[in-house]
Design a protein around this ligand. Structure first.
Ligand code: NAD
Length: 475
């Protein structure tokens, strides 16, 4: 396969002023699959200038025209879903089925926001005193800087690019260093669909921080949308404060998965397998802490152990494998270290707990005897490790579930009425009741507490890139 591995500035694929490159590695075998152009700070500023120059005409382009360009991008990526998925697998390592799922989810954002582009709301009414008419319109916020992580290299990019373009903003995308090829493929699809030069730019600065800071301090940049760790999100919020740049943040998670006493155990196990193992556990939405009622804990643990011991682990490119590689050896070693710490803090390994000798693989793992408050329950695991904590009192399970700085997503399995009332008491932006997958372009995705600010997807996603303007008219 040939990859696009250059910067995209003002409608051109360019190698950057220094012509230096960094290696993109297939984590399943450690081989280099591409060398990607490094963007200098000047390249990054050139991308901002290009986005700024394109803003006036793009924001004045009729919504229907912008909508059709997004729809064409949807058609291109849908027709090429297998290639799209293969690029994701090669640079990220995930199982092919996970990559196909991501490709479809990512592509859907172009269709959804093609539909939203022509439905931006407004308001017109007489003021209560009758002295004027109140007109409320929405205008594109301006140039948007979009920063994405490696775990969903396609979807995290399209979930930002599609609403930004639908709103009339121009963008600079900064993908993660581990996974830039998927982003380049998306940008090329937009170019092939006919999106004009300067509207979508892509840069990959090394090191990242100083170049991003330069861009964030450019007066044309009015929006930052970041998906990644809470730690980096905090740094960016501080930097955005200097020029009061609008910030949307999709940050880390530490999702509780609560199995209530009345739960259907088979449904809970099937849901747990998906909530834990989708994307190899490298998901902000991955279930991190399993609070299982003591009446079901032993059955739940043995069923999870049986299922996960049979999981096929190997290169994602081989479609029969259910669990691919982690994105890098260092990510794998972080997970191995967390499991070692959990054992030192009193947990027992039921299955797994082992790394491969070659490639960045870590076996599906089940831990029991985990105590709430130990390291594995306070850290985002980001790998295929199921940590089971027994409880006896539902109020106590809710207290433990909420005992975290994060609040992205939570899962509850149980009798519907009880599960719904527990869902209402959980401090999370999203709660899955008796199901394991929530992400949907039509639903608001986002977190409470230190899991983020703002929402992506749904009819709200486009509002993150629009500013309300009130015009009072004396008619
Ligand atoms: P990360 O925070 O290390 O990196 C994310 C992006 O930020 C990358 O592009 C990286 O190059 C860039 N970056 C790093 N340092 C920077 C700096 N100083 N200034 C500007 N940019 C910088 O996260 P990651 O390891 O790539 O991804 C995993 C994290 O992402 C997890 O915490 C996960 O929960 C989170 N995540 C959240 C969501 C969500 O929607 N809430 C979705 C996916 C991933």
């Amino acid at each position: 396969m040939t990859y696009i591995a250059d910067l995209h500035i003002n409608g051109q694929w360019v190698s950057g002023e220094t012509e230096e490159r960094f290696a993109v590695i297939d984590p399943a075998n450690g081989e280099q699959i591409a060398s990607f152009a490094i963007a200098s700070e000047d390249d990054c500023l050139a991308a901002v200038e290009a986005a700024s120059a394109a803003l006036a005409s793009w924001s004045a382009t009729p919504p229907r025209v912008r909508s059709e360009l997004l729809r064409r991008t949807f058609d291109i990526l849908k027709a090429e879903r297998e290639t799209f998925a293969e690029i994701i697998v090669r640079e990220n390592g995930k199982a092919f089925s996970d990559a196909l799922g991501e490709a479809d989810y990512a592509t859907e954002f172009f269709r959804w926001f093609a539909e939203e582009a022509v439905r931006v709301p407004g308001d017109f009414r007489l003021s209560p005193s009758g002295d004027k008419h109140i007109v409320v319109t929405h205008q594109p916020i301006g140039v948007a800087l979009l920063i994405t992580p490696w775990n969903f290299p396609a979807a995290m990019a399209t979930r930002k690019i599609a609403p930004a373009l639908a709103a009339g903003c121009t963008v600079i995308l900064k993908p993660a260093r581990e996974t830039p090829l998927t982003s380049a493929y998306v940008v090329e699809a937009l170019r092939r669909a006919g999106v004009p030069a300067g509207v979508v730019n892509l840069v990959t600065p090394v090191p990242t921080g100083p170049a991003i800071a330069k861009m964030l301090h450019h007066p044309a940049v009015r929006k930052i949308s970041f998906t990644g760790s809470t730690e980096v999100g905090r740094v960016l919020l501080h930097e955005a404060a200097d020029n009061v740049v609008s910030a949307s943040m999709e940050l880390g998670g530490n999702a509780p998965f609560i199995v209530l006493p009345g739960a259907d155990i088979n449904a809970a196990v099937q849901g747990a397998l998906i909530a834990k193992m989708r994307n190899g556990g490298s998901a902000c939405t991955a279930a991190n802490r399993f609070y299982v009622h003591s009446s079901l804990a032993s059955d739940f643990t043995s069923a999870m152990a049986k299922e996960l011991a049979a999981f096929r682990v190997g290169p994602g490119i081989d479609r029969s494998n259910q669990l691919g590689a982690m994105v890098s050896l260092s990510e794998r070693d972080k997970v191995a270290q967390l499991v070692e710490t959990a054992v030192a803090e009193g947990a027992s390994v039921v299955v797994g707990g082992t790394s491969s000798s070659q490639g960045a693989f870590y076996d599906a793992t089940v831990l029991t005897g985990v105590e709430h408050g130990t390291t594995i329950t306070t850290t985002e695991i980001f790998g295929p490790v199921t940590a089971i904590i027994e409880y006896t009192d539902v109020d106590e399970a809710i207290r433990m579930a909420n005992d975290t700085i994060y609040g992205l997503i939570a899962y509850v399995y149980g009798e519907t009425g009880q599960a719904f009332s527990v869902a209402q008491r959980l401090e999370a932006g999203m709660v899955a009741v008796n199901r394991a997958v929530l992400s949907d372009p039509a639903a608001p995705f986002g977190g409470m507490k230190q899991s983020g600010l703002g929402r992506e997807g749904s009819s709200e996603g486009i509002l993150e890139y629009l500013e309300e303007k009130y015009i009072g008219i004396d008619l």
